[in-house]
Design a protein around this ligand. Structure first.
Ligand code: SAH
Length: 223
């Protein structure tokens, strides 16, 4: 980005903002090199439209269409890190939103399925994935609390909207050895980020940190 004569010494370039963005991720605990590399490749500025686009490189959630939010980048990083994605994995994301999280996952996994209840969000995200030449994301409009029985089971499942409990169909669609990361709790309270690991014996639950997400809502959205 070139600076005009009206810019003073304190205004910063896009490159500087992106550098600070990555620094903020590291200082908030996103230390996994593969995750940081994936986040460096995905320009958050493309996923935030309109009036808030100039805040895309700040570590804060921002409003997107349909009354939803693009998550805070450090939370995206910490969730992605907790998911421990392997290059051969098939991943389900519930809650496409802007598509930002799915784009990051696409650099870490073999295939990503991402689901949102708003057609408008899945359509815009799919357009963006096409423009960015990302070939391994399948975007689907559906109620993600039922998972995708035809495409599963999955090695990894990431839910980016809060349910009161982990939805049964998602637990069922997790492969043995699989990991699911999701926020649980009431929508108007602080929620907990949970890591569920499926073993031969059953499910192990680990509480990671307090978070705040929009609620997982039943049925399809109106837009
Ligand atoms: N991961 C997104 C942020 C998601 S915000 C990003 O990177 O931008 C949470 C999203 O979950 C919203 O878009 C909301 O529409 C979606 N959502 C809520 N309930 C859902 C459900 N039952 N099925 C699918 N998507 C749902």
């Amino acid at each position: 980005m070139t600076q005009g004569p009206e810019d003073d010494d304190t205004s910063d370039t896009l490159a500087e903002r992106k550098m600070r963005f990555l620094f903020a991720l590291r200082s908030r605990g996103v230390t996994d090199t593969r995750v940081l590399t994936a986040m460096e490749k995905v320009d958050r500025g493309l996923f935030v439209r309109g009036t808030f686009s100039d805040r895309a490189y700040e570590d804060m959630p921002l409003p997107i269409a349909c009354g939803q939010t693009i998550s805070q980048p450090s939370v995206v990083g910490l969730m992605t890190q907790a998911l421990a994605v392997n290059p051969r994995d098939t991943v389900l994301e519930v809650g496409t939103g802007s598509g930002y999280q799915a784009a990051i996952l696409s650099h870490l996994a073999r295939r990503v399925y991402t689901v949102d209840r708003y057609r408008r969000l899945t359509r815009d995200a799919a357009d963006l994935f096409r423009q960015l030449d990302i070939p391994n994301i399948t975007t689907i409009t559906a109620d993600g609390s039922f998972g995708l029985p035809d495409q599963g089971p999955f090695d990894r499942i990431l839910v980016t909207a809060a349910a009161e409990d982990p939805p049964g169909p998602l637990l069922e669609q997790l492969k043995p050895g699989g990991i699911m990361v999701l926020p649980v709790g009431q929508s108007d309270a602080v929620q907990s980020l949970i890591k569920v690991t499926r073993s031969a014996r059953g499910f192990d639950y680990e509480e990671l940190r307090p978070v705040r997400f929009v609620p997982l809502v039943e049925g399809l959205g109106s837009e």
